[in-house]
Design a protein around this ligand. Structure first.
Ligand code: PHE
Ligand code: NA
Length: 453
C-alpha cells in the first residue's frame, strides 16, 4: 500500500479532476438544459444544487479516496465492509458509459477532419445519418461503419496508451496538455461566436429568466442531474482519482476549485453555443427555439449547419469546435476507464497493465457494437438508461449509506478538516445528511411516479 501510485503535483490532480468533470456534458448538455428549464432562472436551482450537493459530495468523495487509498469498491469497503457493492455499482455504470462515450469522441474526430472541406455538405442531418453513420441502410444492421471504426480505434489507442503509462506519467501529463489546450481553443470559439450577427438574440434566449418555472419540480430535477453528471460524482471517478493524492493534500479547497472550474466552463459553453444558435436563427429568419437543441443532433447536425453559414474562416471554427469536443471527451473517458482499471487491479490482484488490457480492451470491444449501423440507435437508449439509473440514484444511496446507515459523516469531516485549509462546519453535515437526501429522495419518488403513470 505504501508504494501506491501518486500524482506528481497538486496542479496535476486538479487538472485531472477538472478534466474528468469538463466533458461533453458541459458543451452539449448544459446550455440546452439551462435554456429549457427557465433560462436565467435556472441558475438559482443550479447554484443551489452545486453548493449543497455537488461540492459537498465532491469533498466527501475526495475524502474517501484520500483516507482509504483505494479504488471506489476498495475505499468503500474500508469505510464499511457492507458498502463495497456500491463501489462496484458505480464502477459498472462508468464501464457502460465508457463503451459509448468513446464512440462519440470518435465521431468528433471524424468531424474535425471533415471541417477542412466542410465535407458534410448542405444537408447536414442527411450526411450524419446517411453518408457518415449509414443508419439509413437497414439491410446491413450488424456491419461496422468504416468511417467510425478508424477514429474509434484511434480513440482507444490514445486512451489506453495514456492509461498504460500510469497516474503520473500518463493521466497527469495528458491532462496537463489537454485541459489548457481545451480552454484556449474554447475561448477562441466563444469569442468568435460572440462576434457573429445575431449572437445577442441567442444569449437573450438563454439568459432571459422565466421565474414561473422556479417552483417546477422538473427544473430542480434537471439542475441536480446536471450537477451530478457534470461533476462526475457518484460514478466512482472522484474516489479513484483522489486515492492517488499524497498524504499532505488540501481536499476541501481542491473540491471548490474543481466545482467552480467545471461550472465556469459550463457557463462559457452556454455563451458560445447560444451565440452560435442566435446566429443560425438570424440567418434562417427563425426564432432561436427552432434551432436550439442538445446532444448528438446539436453537435453533429446543427453545428455543421452553423459552420456552413459562417462568413469567414468557417473551416477553422469547425476544426476548433470538434477538436474541443475530442479534448473534453478524452480527458473524461480516461477518468471513466480508470475506475474499473483500479477496481480490477485491486480486486483480482493483477498488474496495472493487465487491468488496462482486460478492462479497457473489453470496453473497446463492446464499443464496436455502437460503431455498427444498428448499434447507433442503441446508443441513445443506453444513454437514457444510464442517466436515469446512474445519476441521482447512486448519489442518493451514497449519501444515505454514509450519513445514516454507517454514520460516518463525522469521521469523514474530521479527516477532511485535518488536512484542509477551509474547515468544514455543520453546514456540510446538514447538506449531505439532510438537504440532499430529502431533495434526491423526492426526485426519485417523483420520477418513479411519472414512470408508473
Ligand atoms: N462529467 C463529464 C461530462 O460532463 C463526463 C462524465 C459523465 C463522466 C458521466 C462520468 C460520467 O461530460
Ligand atoms: Na462536466
Amino acid at each position: 500500500m505504501e508504494n501506491r501510485a501518486q500524482w506528481g503535483t497538486r496542479a496535476g490532480f486538479i487538472l485531472a479532476a477538472v478534466g474528468s468533470a469538463i466533458g461533453l456534458g458541459n458543451i452539449w448538455r448544459f446550455p440546452y438544459i439551462a435554456y429549457e428549464n427557465g433560462g436565467g432562472a435556472f441558475f438559482l436551482p443550479y447554484l443551489f444544487a452545486l453548493l449543497t450537493a455537488g461540492i459537498p459530495i465532491l469533498i466527501l468523495e475526495f475524502t474517501l479516496g484520500h483516507k482509504f487509498r483505494g479504488s471506489a469498491p476498495l475505499s468503500l469497503s474500508r469505510l464499511n465492509k457492507k458498502a463495497e457493492w456500491l463501489g462496484w455499482w458505480q464502477v459498472f455504470i462508468s464501464f457502460v458509459i465508457s463503451t459509448y462515450y468513446a464512440v462519440i469522441i470518435a465521431w468528433a474526430m471524424s468531424y474535425a477532419v471533415f471541417s477542412f472541406k466542410l465535407s458534410w455538405g448542405d444537408d447536414t442531418e442527411g450526411f450524419l445519418f446517411g453518408d457518415y453513420l449509414k443508419v439509413a441502410d437497414p439491410g446491413q444492421v450488424g456491419s461496422l461503419v468504416p468511417g467510425v471504426l478508424i477514429p474509434l480505434v484511434l480513440v482507444w489507442v490514445i486512451t489506453l496508451g495514456i492509461l498504460f503509462k500510469g497516474i503520473k506519467k500518463g493521466i497527469e501529463v495528458a491532462n496537463k496538455i489537454f485541459i489548457p489546450a481545451l480552454v484556449v481553443l474554447f475561448l477562441i470559439i466563444v469569442i468568435r461566436a460572440l462576434t457573429l450577427e445575431g449572437a445577442a438574440t441567442g444569449l437573450d434566449a438563454l439568459f432571459a429568466p422565466n421565474w414561473n418555472r422556479i417552483m417546477d419540480g422538473e427544473v430542480w430535477v434537471a439542475a441536480y442531474s446536471q450537477i451530478f453528471f457534470s461533476l462526475s460524482i457518484a460514478f466512482a471517478i472522484m474516489i479513484t482519482y483522489s486515492s492517488y493524492l499524497p498524504k499532505k493534500s488540501d481536499i476541501t479547497n481542491n473540491a471548490f476549485i474543481t466545482g467552480f472550474s467545471n461550472s465556469g466552463f459550463e457557463l462559457l459553453a452556454g455563451i458560445g453555443v447560444f451565440s452560435a444558435l442566435g446566429f443560425m436563427a438570424a440567418q434562417q429568419g427563425v426564432d432561436v427555439s427552432e434551432v436550439a437543441g442538445a446532444g448528438i443532433g446539436l453537435a453533429f447536425a446543427v453545428f455543421p449547419a452553423i459552420i456552413n453559414q459562417m462568413p469567414v474562416m468557417s473551416e477553422l471554427f469547425g476544426f476548433l469546435f470538434f477538436t474541443s469536443l475530442v479534448l473534453a471527451g478524452l480527458s473524461s473517458l480516461i477518468s471513466i476507464c480508470e475506475t474499473y482499471i483500479a477496481g480490477f487491479q485491486e480486486k483480482f490482484n493483477i498488474s496495472r497493465n493487465k487491468a488496462v488490457l482486460y478492462g479497457g480492451g473489453l470496453s473497446a470491444i463492446i464499443s464496436l457494437l455502437f460503431a455498427t449501423r444498428g448499434g447507433i440507435n442503441f446508443l441513445d437508449v443506453v444513454d437514457h438508461f444510464v442517466l436515469s439509473m446512474g445519476v441521482g440514484l447512486s448519489g442518493l444511496v451514497e449519501v444515505i449509506l454514509i450519513a445514516w446507515v454507517f454514520r460516518k459523516l463525522g469521521a469523514m469531516k474530521g479527516h477532511a478538516n485535518e488536512i484542509s485549509d477551509i474547515r468544514l462546519g455543520s453546514w456540510w453535515t446538514i447538506c449531505l445528511g439532510v438537504v440532499t437526501p430529502i431533495i434526491l429522495g423526492y426526485m426519485m419518488i417523483q420520477s418513479i411516479w411519472v414512470d408508473i403513470k
